[in-house]
Design a protein around this ligand. Structure first.
Ligand code: AMP
Length: 201
């Protein structure tokens, strides 16, 4: 039997390590890791029309409007490398985006395989974000903006997990531990869903 296509979401608060783990897990599965945050940051750096439109929103830690974000994701997922699977990091981020995304997948006759929830205590998230701010100097990693982003996560993003939980596709993974240990936990949850993943080094 061939393994099902890997169509995955990784969800977690800022500072949960979802970007890092998403990239590792996507590599293990041989699918592209697609991060809306990275796409927006690249657009800002390249001063594209999209970048100019979203810059102030992102610097404030607010959410880019659903219509715009969902259009960016639809376009990216229509590229050939995402035809056989993908791992989305940072989308959907609220219930409106969940319904946009459901409509998109239904049109394509596709279903999500798993929603990986990376669970990390709030204090640990804040500690990691503060450290990242010192190391990377991201303009949305200041104390006020971090607090705003975590508030938005709790209010708008956490509820999407209930929707996916009802569908029986959420794998909740303890996001505290070593990088390798966490990746191994995610990979074994995905293997339990019938996905074949190379062991990650
Ligand atoms: P991230 O790297 O996932 O933390 O995203 C960085 C920023 O990009 C967020 O704080 C939002 O301003 C914006 N962003 C990323 N993904 C989305 C999304 N799905 N919907 C709205 N805004 C988003």
């Amino acid at each position: 039997m061939t393994a099902p296509a890997a169509r995955l979401l990784i969800v977690g608060p800022q500072g949960s390590g979802k970007g890092t783990q998403g990239a590792r897990v996507a590599e293990a599965l041989g699918v592209p890791a697609i991060s809306t945050g990275d796409m927006f940051r690249a657009a800002i750096a390249g001063k594209t029309p999209l970048g100019l439109e979203v810059q102030a929103i992102i610097e404030a830690g607010d959410l880019v409007p659903d219509e715009l974000t969902s259009a960016v994701v639809r376009e990216r997922l229509s590229e050939t490398d995402a035809a056989a699977g993908f791992l989305l990091d940072g989308y959907p981020r609220n219930l409106g985006q969940v319904s946009d995304f459901d409509a998109f997948l239904t049109d394509r006759g596709e279903k999500l395989t798993s929603v990986i929830e990376l669970s990390v205590p709030r204090d640990e998230s804040i500690e990691r974000l503060t450290l990242r701010a010192q190391q990377q100097g991201r303009t949305d990693d200041t104390e006020d903006v971090i607090a705003n982003r975590l508030r938005i996560y709790e209010r708008e993003t956490a509820p999407i997990l209930d929707v996916y939980r009802e569908r029986g596709i959420v794998d909740t993974i303890d996001g505290v531990g070593t990088l390798d240990g966490i990746t191994a936990r995610v990979v074994s949850a995905l293997q339990a869903r019938g996905l074949s993943a190379e062991a990650v080094r």
